[in-house]
Each structure stands twice: as structure tokens, then as C-alpha cells.
Design a protein around this ligand. Structure first.
Ligand SMILES: [Zn+2]
Ligand SMILES: [Zn+2]
Length: 249
């Protein structure tokens, strides 16, 4: 963990999971420009991440699904100038109000992969179903496996990980071994695949074939719940741990 990104909010006594950013990691000896704070949003407690470059104080919101006032407050408190919105996938808790925020703040939206277009198109319908506000929008840039996204002087790799949704992407910051994985993988679990065009085998293949090779030391922020590392999940995850994968073969 020598070079994990420094996370703002962990030492703030008023910060907690429901009212503001909370800690992802620790202050480190090696200075890297990536900083991050998690702000859970919507009744589904989706982990929106505010990520920024400490050199330029320019950043992005990953999956600003709702609770826009709380997000804007967190951005102001961190002193970050937003450059863009990044999306992992088209589910309402991750992007229901991303289009509204983009319009209000004149920000471009990058992501997810275009295979999630049908999810974004049905946001208004899903709004009633989940009791979460949502409005369709058109991203400024659809992402592909191997693309990079930037804010300030920070660059992150885009990894297409279908299965939970067909157009799901993961953002990976190589220098700090940090990944934002949306609903692909959780601490002790994996994403649901019983939605339209979900595919359990695709999800397993993406996690084992694309995420595990990034390294056991990689810390990830899931779409819901606490952070973990790929190594810990390989040891103990009942769906994609090494033992579970071996038993399934
Ligand atoms: Zn989802
Ligand atoms: Zn979710």
C-alpha cells in the first residue's frame, strides 16, 4: 500500500458514509497525484467516487447517480474543479441524474461502453420501478477496452468488463494500483447477472481474465459496500476466488 492514493475525508469527524466522503486508504510516503473520496448516493447507497489530480486540483465524478446537492458540496469542500463525468455502466443508481449534472455544470460524460445504450434509454422507466430519479442522456464519448480517460495530469485505463451489464467498464489507475469497478465485483460477492443481457460466464471471464492479472495488491472501490483488494477476493470470494473457480472447472 506504499503508493495508494491519499483519500480526503477520513480524518474529518463529521464525514461518514451517509453525509460525506470517507476514507479509502492512507496518506502515503510516495506522493502520487491521484486523490479520491467516496460519497454514497441514492437510496441504493451507490459509491460515487470523486477523483482528482492534486497537482492541478482538476477532477471527475465517477457514477454520480443522484443526490446531486451532496455531490456538489463534496466537490466544493475538496476544492476540486470538475472536468468530466465518468460512468461505469448504465444502471440508474450509477447514472440516473448524470445527464442533469452534466447539463447544469456543462461537463462532458465519458462512458460507459455503447452496449449499455439500452439501459440509459430506459432510465425514465426504471425511475418508477426503483424509486430513484433518472433521465436518459447521450454520453459525449462511449468507451472501449484499452481506452484511456484523463483529468488533470491523471490518466486511467478503461477495461471493458461485461456480464453485469453488456457495456460495463472499469477504471484502473496503474501507478497507484487502484480500480473503480462499479458492479462487476464486490467485497465477498460479484454483480447480479439476472438483468436483460446479463451474462454470468462473461462476468466470471472478465473478473478472472482481465482484473486478476492486474495484481493481487490492487485496491478496488466497488459500486456498493466496502473496498477490498483483488488478492483478498482471490482468497475468499465465494464466486470468483481461486478455490471457487477451480471447483467450477
Ligand atoms: Zn448495476
Ligand atoms: Zn449499483
Amino acid at each position: 500500500m506504499a503508493d495508494a492514493p491519499r483519500v480526503q475525508g477520513g480524518c474529518n469527524p463529521v464525514a461518514n458514509r451517509t453525509s460525506g466522503p470517507h476514507a479509502l486508504g492512507m496518506t502515503t510516503a510516495t506522493e502520487t497525484p491521484l486523490r479520491a473520496a467516496i460519497i454514497p448516493v441514492t437510496p441504493l447507497q451507490q459509491n460515487c467516487s470523486l477523483v482528482w489530480c492534486s497537482k492541478t486540483m482538476r477532477g471527475a465524478l465517477i457514477d454520480p447517480g443522484g443526490d446531486l446537492d451532496r455531490l456538489k458540496e463534496a466537490v466544493a469542500r475538496a476544492g476540486v474543479t470538475l472536468e468530466k463525468i465518468l460512468l461505469t455502466h448504465g444502471h440508474i443508481d450509477h447514472c440516473g441524474l448524470a445527464g442533469e449534472l452534466a447539463k447544469e455544470l456543462a461537463l462532458p460524460i465519458e462512458g460507459p461502453h455503447e452496449d449499455d445504450r439500452f439501459w440509459i434509454a430506459r432510465l425514465a422507466d426504471d425511475s418508477g420501478r426503483f424509486g430513484v430519479p433518472g433521465r436518459p442522456f447521450e454520453p459525449d464519448r462511449w468507451l472501449h477496452d484499452g481506452d484511456t480517460v484523463r483529468f488533470g495530469e491523471v490518466e486511467m485505463n478503461v477495461i471493458h468488463c461485461p456480464g453485469h451489464t453488456p457495456g460495463h467498464v472499469v477504471f484502473f489507475h496503474r501507478a497507484t494500483r487502484f480500480a473503480f469497478v462499479g458492479d462487476v465485483l464486490f467485497a465477498g460477492s460479484i454483480g447480479r447477472t439476472d438483468f436483460p443481457l446479463g451474462n454470468h460466464q462473461d462476468l466470471l471471464d472478465a473478473i478472472v481474465g482481465k482484473l486478476w492479472p492486474l495484481g493481487d495488491e490492487v485496491t478496488f472501490v466497488p459500486g456498493h459496500g466496502p473496498t477490498s483488494t483483488f488478492g483478498r477476493e482471490r482468497q475468499s470470494n465465494p464466486f470468483v476466488g481461486d478455490a471457487a473457480i477451480a471447483a467450477g472447472q
